[in-house]
Design a protein around this ligand. Structure first.
Ligand code: KIV
Ligand code: ZN
Length: 501
C-alpha cells in the first residue's frame, strides 16, 4: 500500500479566503484538531507576511508533535529566514518556497527574464536547504507554465535539495485529463524526479479542484494540498474531506492507496473551521454538508431502510456524523452538562464551563429539548468569544405590517450600561442602527445569513454576518431561540472582534 500524504493548508491558503481571518489562538485550536484528524503536514502560515502570522506559526510549531509544521516563503532571503525562525522549535519543520514560472507571471508580475527566475529558484532552495532538511518547492502557476522551463526549474531545485515538488494550478484553470498528462510528463521529462515526492495544489475557480487533485494522484502524485471545507483564495482550494473520502470509498479506482486521516474527525473538524472562520458549510456540500446524508424522496427513504447501500455510498458514522441526540433539558445539572460536552470533545476550564452553563440554562428555559448540535453552538458562542467588550444587556423591538420598526437596545461596556433607540427598514435594521449609535461605528452590513441549528419551531437560530467597518470586513456569529437576539449577538461579536484585533 502507498500512502497519500495529506498537506493541509487551511491555516495558510484557507485563511486567504476573503473575510476568513483567524486569531493566533484560533489557529492553534484548528492546528490541534488537524493533528487529531491525522494530517501529515500542517501549513501554518506565511511568517514574513505579518507579526501575527509569524507568532501563529511559531506557537503551532511549539505545540504540535505528530504532524510536520510548514511555513511559506517567497524565494527571498528574508522570507526564508523568517520561516526558519518561526519553525525553529517544530519537531518536524518544513519550509515551503514558491516562485512563479509561467510567462504571464514573469512578464506582468516580475518583469524578469526566465534566467533570472531560474537563478533565484536555485539560490533560494540552496539557502533554505542549508537551514532546514525538509524543503518543498512550488513553481507557482505551473499548469500555465511553458513545459521546458518548468522541467528545468524542477530539476534544478531537486538538485539543490528540494524533497517535494508541488504543482500548483494557481488559478484553477486546468481540467482532470490535462493535470494527468502534466504529472505524467513531469515524471517522464525531469531526470531526477524520483528523488522527490510530487504534490498537487488545486484551486476551484472552475469547480474542478478535487477532480484535478485526484487525477494527479492517479498519475503518480503522492501528496495532496487541501483545506477543510475547501476554503481558500477566491473560489477556494481542493476540499480535504472530499479527497480523503474519494480515496477511501473508491478503493477500486485508487488501488493500493490510502491516507492516514481519521475520517471520524472529518465532521467535527469541518464544524470547528466553519465556526471559527464564519464560513458556512453549504447544506449540499459533499461529505460534511447538513444534507449530505439526508434522503428526502419517499422512494429513497424506503430503499435506504431496506438496505443502506441502495442510496448511501458512505456511512455517515465514518465521517463523524451521528444523529443529533436529545441529551439535556432545563433540569439537567452541571455534571451532566460537563460529561456531555466532554463526549462531544470540549474540555472546558471551570470559568468557561460556568459561562457555558449559564447560557445553557437561559436557552433551556426557552427551548424544551437541547440536542448535541445546540450544545455545540452554545459552547462555541460562549467560550470562543473574543474579549466580550460590548455585551448585550436587553432589547425591545416594536414591529408589524403597519408600523415603522423601532428598537431599544441596551449594551454593557465594562460594567456601564448604554442604550439607544432607532428605527429601521425592518426589526434587524433597527437594532443594528441602535447599536451603531452606541458604539459610534457606521458599520455596513455586507452579508447576513440565518440558519436553524436543529429542527422544530423552538430551534436555535444562528446568524452569521459580515460587517464592513472602516474598510475592514469582519465576520460575526450569534445564536438564540429569538432571531433578533441572535442577530444582535452576531453584530456585537463582529464589533468585539474588530476591537480585539
Ligand atoms: O496557489 C498557489 O499557487 C499557492 C502557492 C503558494 C503554492 O498557493
Ligand atoms: Zn494556492
Amino acid at each position: 500500500m502507498e500512502k497519500i500524504i495529506i498537506f493541509d493548508t487551511t491555516l495558510r491558503d484557507g485563511e486567504q479566503a476573503p473575510g476568513a481571518s483567524l486569531t493566533a489562538q484560533e489557529k492553534l485550536e484548528i492546528a490541534f484538531q488537524l493533528e487529531k484528524l491525522g494530517v501529515d503536514v500542517i501549513e501554518a502560515g506565511f511568517p514574513i507576511a505579518s507579526p501575527g502570522d509569524f507568532q501563529a506559526v511559531s506557537d503551532i510549531s511549539k505545540r504540535i508533535k505528530n504532524s510536520a509544521v510548514c511555513g511559506l516563503a517567497r524565494c527571498l532571503k528574508q522570507d526564508i529566514e523568517a520561516a526558519n525562525n518561526a519553525l525553529k522549535i517544530a519537531r518536524h519543520p518544513r519550509i515551503h518556497i514558491f516562485l512563479a514560472t509561467s510567462k504571464i507571471h514573469l512578464e506582468y508580475k516580475f518583469k524578469k527574464p526566465e534566467e533570472e527566475i531560474f537563478a533565484l529558484a536555485k539560490q533560494a532552495t540552496k539557502l533554505a536547504r542549508r537551514l532546514c532538511d525538509d524543503i518543498e518547492f512550488s513553481p507557482e502557476d505551473a499548469t500555465r507554465s511553458e513545459r521546458s522551463f518548468l522541467y528545468r526549474v524542477i530539476e534544478a531545485v531537486i538538485d539543490q535539495g528540494a524533497r517535494t515538488i508541488n504543482i500548483p494550478d494557481t488559478v484553477g484553470y486546468s481540467y482532470p485529463q490535462e493535470v494527468y498528462s502534466l504529472i505524467t510528463d513531469i515524471k517522464n521529462n525531469v531526470p531526477n524526479i524520483n528523488k522527490a515526492v510530487i504534490a498537487i495544489h488545486c484551486h476551484d475557480d472552475l469547480g474542478m479542484a478535487v477532480a484535478n487533485s485526484l487525477s494527479a494522484v492517479l498519475a503518480g502524485a503522492r501528496q495532496v494540498h487541501c483545506t477543510i471545507n475547501g476554503i481558500g483564495e477566491r473560489a477556494g482550494n481542493a476540499s480535504l474531506e472530499e479527497i480523503v473520502m474519494a480515496i477511501k470509498t473508491r478503493k477500486d479506482a485508487f488501488i493500493n492507496l490510502y491516507t492516514q486521516i481519521k475520517t471520524k474527525e472529518l465532521f467535527p473538524t469541518s464544524r470547528l473551521v466553519s465556526n471559527l472562520t464564519d464560513f458556512i458549510v453549504p447544506p449540499n456540500k459533499a461529505v460534511v454538508g447538513r444534507n449530505a446524508f439526508a434522503h428526502e424522496s419517499g422512494i429513497h427513504q424506503d430503499a435506504v431502510l431496506k438496505k443502506k447501500i441502495t442510496y448511501e455510498i458512505m456511512d455517515p458514522h465514518d465521517v463523524g456524523i451521528s444523529e443529533s441526540q436529545l441529551v439535556l433539558g432545563k433540569h439537567s445539572g452541571r455534571h451532566a452538562f460537563r460529561s456531555r460536552l466532554e463526549a462531544l470533545g470540549f474540555h472546558l476550564n471551570d470559568e468557561q464551563l460556568n459561562k457555558a452553563f449559564i447560557r445553557f440554562k437561559e436557552v433551556a428555559d426557552k427551548k424544551k429539548d437541547i440536542f448535541d448540535d445546540d450544545l455545540r453552538i452554545i459552547v462555541e458562542d460562549e467560550i470562543r468569544v473574543v474579549k466580550p467588550i460590548w455585551q448585550l444587556e436587553s432589547f425591545e423591538v416594536n414591529s408589524g405590517t403597519k408600523i415603522k420598526p423601532k428598537a431599544l437596545v441596551t449594551v454593557n461596556k465594562k460594567g456601564k450600561k448604554l442604550n439607544s433607540v432607532s428605527s429601521g427598514d425592518g426589526p434587524v435594521d433597527a437594532v443594528f442602527k441602535a447599536i451603531d449609535k452606541i458604539t459610534g461605528y457606521n458599520a455596513k452590513l455586507e452579508d447576513f445569513r440565518l440558519e436553524a441549528v436543529t429542527s422544530g419551531k423552538d430551534a436555535l437560530g444562528q446568524v452569521s454576518l459580515k460587517l464592513k467597518i472602516k474598510d475592514k470586513v469582519i465576520s460575526g456569529r450569534g445564536s438564540s431561540t429569538d432571531i433578533i437576539e441572535a442577530a444582535i449577538r452576531a453584530y456585537l461579536n463582529a464589533v468585539n472582534k474588530l476591537e480585539t484585533k
